[in-house]
Design a protein around this ligand. Structure first.
Ligand SMILES: [Zn+2]
Length: 336
């Protein structure tokens, strides 16, 4: 099936009718059916504006609700940040490789929805090599999206995708639990989810930044999924480097000066691989979860155990041990 055949009304989830690039809800009882959806370029804007933080005016001239992000990492600030923090999420590329191996070769091609996928995230190019039928969904149209949507009401049919990738997005939504439910709904049984989300990080993207998650909080948010792997993204050293920069910034010094003053602390990130897993997760810059829709989630009573069983081995050693596992090996049994 084509992505356009999987689209549905963000309010009533009925099928859409299209004529050219115009889409409309086919349910006569739906209040969104009275007029066609807006479009951004040739992509439908499938947002229920009555419940969304976004305003239709932002799309009236065919633009998006937010300007396309520069994820190329070539600007001054990005370069300096890369020097200070290593600038890289080391988990996402490894999971992208794992997920790609699990999905490729399927006929028809497996479908992967990247929420917040208006720009291609650094290090996850592997997902875009053509072996997976991938589309981004974002609040603006880009060459990597096929429709504009709000993750609180994903305009896709139930059980329509094989995997969802949601990286550094859940902090930007008003109701993360609603988004988690939506991801669960659109995933096929056995479908995969990868999420990474900030923990110790300062406000970014201004007005559109609402929430942070501990490792346990993130696990609970995604409790309906069975875990394949979870942990810290960017350790406590990275988080401290960021905190130093934002402390200078809080003095009113401006981004460039604050970044320059933080340069002497570049070495902090090299401490990350040495850190023990649990205390590092207690202070990490972000957390991640890679899991599967199997019907075996985690219950309230298992949450203490989830925290306790984070091992004390340094991340570097854990990663080395993990690399010996064959890719695509069965989901490890959970003690839940
Ligand atoms: Zn509708």
């Amino acid at each position: 099936m084509q992505w356009t055949e999987l689209l549905c009304c963000p309010r009533c989830r009925s099928a859409l009718a299209s004529s050219g690039s115009q889409y409309g809800c086919t349910n006569d009882d739906c209040t969104l059916a009275t007029q066609p959806f807006l479009s951004a370029g040739d992509q439908p804007v499938l947002i229920d504006f009555e419940t969304s933080i976004f305003h239709p005016d932002a799309f009236m001239d065919g633009r998006g609700a937010s300007p396309p992000r520069d994820d190329t990492g070539r600007g001054f600030a990005s370069t300096m940040r890369a020097v200070i923090w290593g600038g890289k999420n080391r988990i996402a590329p490894r999971i992208a490789e794992d997920l790609s191996a699990r999905l490729k070769g399927r006929r028809p091609r497996a479908k992967l929805l990247v929420i917040g996928g208006g720009a291609i995230g650094a290090g996850v190019e592997k997902l875009y090599d053509g072996s997976i039928d991938i589309t981004g969904m974002d609040v603006y149209a880009s060459p990597h999206t096929r429709f504009v949507g709000d993750a609180h009401a994903i305009p896709l049919r139930d059980e329509s995708v094989d995997a969802v990738w949601i990286q550094a997005v859940l902090e930007h939504v008003l109701e993360p639990s609603l988004v988690a439910e939506e991801i669960h709904r659109v995933l096929k049984p056995g479908g995969f989810i990868y999420a990474d989300t900030p923990f110790i990080q300062q406000v970014h993207e201004g007005a559109f930044d609402f929430t942070r998650f501990t490792l346990s909080g993130h696990r609970w948010l995604l409790r309906d999924f069975e875990e394949i792997e979870s942990g810290a993204v960017g350790g406590a050293g990275t988080a401290l480097g960021q905190s130093i920069r934002y402390t200078f910034r809080a003095l009113g010094l401006g981004d460039k000066i604050a970044t320059a003053l933080t340069l002497p602390f570049f070495w902090l990130r090299f401490l990350d691989p040495l850190m023990a897993r649990r205390p590092n997760a207690d202070a990490a810059a972000g957390v991640f979860f890679f899991g599967q829709k199997t019907g075996r989630g985690i219950g309230a009573r298992d949450m203490v155990d989830y925290y306790e069983r984070q091992t004390a081995a340094p991340m570097r050693l854990r990663n080395r041990a993990r690399q010996t596992l064959p890719i695509g090996s069965p989901v490890p049994a959970q003690r839940v």
